[in-house]
Design a binder for this molecule. Structure first.
Ligand code: AMP
Length: 392
């Protein structure tokens, strides 16, 4: 039997999974899939390594599948399918490791209890991330489980960048900048020297531009600054999240609009960003395809804020050797990349338009002072690598 590692990424309405076989040459993705629409219109799909659909299922409205039911469905499906593969360990994506967990960790009931303490720091994500861990600890206590954190990669940020200018007591209580998308940045950092040895040993800005968007400044492969802060709301505008906002706006909403925390949470997480500005969609593809002035404005606000954050990160790093684009928009939209590169001309970025249209990997001209790359991210592989290491 060949050993296998299962990666689970449980969100508010979906559970995504990827099964890796541990081969001599490395980890091989053999089955991937997800259940979306949990509690509303659940839909399960699983594909093999070539993309062929292996199974698909929907549930009726009366048949409300919850998160535990979704994880059970996935593990039952994989149990039937595995054949010559034997599940060796499960790796979980967990959004928040707080100040304590700055490395991936093997899970037991005590660690799970400690991670539950961070639910107030990420109330929309952390409970869903921890649900499958609790379920599997109960069902299969012998199975090795590992948690990998979105915050951990930024633990190398210097104190000065982690600090809000608020009273120290709040900082000690955990109100500080953490940064997120760390597994994506860690993956890009792990492959950067294959593309660009100078950048890997120097200063790089990575743009993770997807439905969630952020940017990170790296020095010799280590995170020194990022645009996300205490929560994954900060920094760039996103599909439906506002990005950085004057905290005075929140006081105004409370005082003048009578909004409570839940109403503000809904506004800032679900009704803002590209969707809020355009009033049309949170989907970049739709906005780029629209000739509505509001869609254009939303894209302009998005790229303008990236332009400013580029300056901020370049200043924090004291210069830039390379820029790397990743995630849904960063990997797929030549138009957005071209706009960002034009805006970064002052840094010494010179775009190779033909290479950009083809998707890279290198999209800067040979004479460009700053190398620009398109590098697909692979957070699941990063989780699987950590899990394999800790399960050994
Ligand atoms: P992610 O969260 O990384 O899956 O990224 C999702 C975002 O990527 C959505 O806003 C999509 O519209 C966007 N996206 C995917 N493909 C393209 C494309 N070809 N052009 C523009 N945006 C794209």
């Amino acid at each position: 039997m060949r050993p296998a590692i299962l990666v689970l990424n449980a969100g508010s309405s979906s559970v995504k999974f990827l099964l890796f076989a541990e081969e001599a040459g490395g980890l091989q993705a053999v089955v991937r899939g997800q259940i979306e629409g949990i509690r509303t219109a659940p839909h399960f799909i699983a594909r093999d390594g070539t993309g062929k659909v292996l199974a698909e299922q929907t549930w009726g409205e009366g048949d409300r599948l919850d998160h535990d039911g979704a994880v059970r469905h996935i593990t039952d499906f994989l149990g039937e399918l595995r054949g010559e593969l034997e599940l060796h360990a499960v790796g979980h994506r967990v959004v928040h490791g707080g100040t304590e967990y700055v490395q991936p960790v093997r899970l037991d009931a005590d660690v799970l209890g400690a991670l539950e303490k961070y639910i107030p720091l990420a109330p929309l994500h952390q409970p869903h991330n921890l649900g499958p861990i609790r379920l599997l600890l109960g069902q299969r206590p012998q199975l090795v489980q590992v948690a990998c954190f979105d915050t951990a990669f930024h633990a190398t940020n210097p104190e000065v960048s982690r600090r809000f200018a608020i009273p120290a007591e709040l900082h000690e209580a955990g109100v500080r900048r953490y940064g997120f998308h760390g597994l994506s940045y860690e993956y890009i950092a792990s492959v950067l020297d294959r593309h660009d040895a100078k950048a890997a040993a120097g200063r790089t800005i990575i743009l993770h531009l997807g439905n969630g968007s952020s940017m990170c400044g790296l020095e010799v492969g280590r995170s020194v600054a990022s645009t996300m802060g205490f929560t994954a709301l900060d920094g760039l505008p996103m599909g439906t999240r506002c990005g950085a906002i004057d905290p005075g706006v929140l006081l105004y909403l409370m005082d003048q609009r009578g909004m409570d925390a839940r109403a503000i949470e809904k506004l800032l997480y679900n009704q803002s960003g590209l969707l809020g500005v355009s009033g049309i969609s949170s989907d970049m593809r739709k906005l780029l395809g629209s000739d509505d002035a509001r869609a254009r404005l939303a894209v302009d606000v998005y790229t303008y804020r990236i332009r400013r954050e580029m300056g901020s990160l370049a200043a924090a790093l004291g210069g830039v050797d390379a820029i790397a684009f990743t995630a849904g928009i960063g990997e797929n939209s030549a138009e957005i990349r071209a706009r960002i590169c034009r805006d970064a001309a002052w840094l010494g970025v010179e775009l190779d338009a033909a290479a950009n249209a083809q998707g890279g990997p290198r999209i800067s001209t040979p004479g460009s002072r700053v190398n620009v790359w398109v590098i697909p991210t692979n957070e699941e592989l990063m989780i699987a690598r950590h899990t394999q290491r800790l399960a050994a």
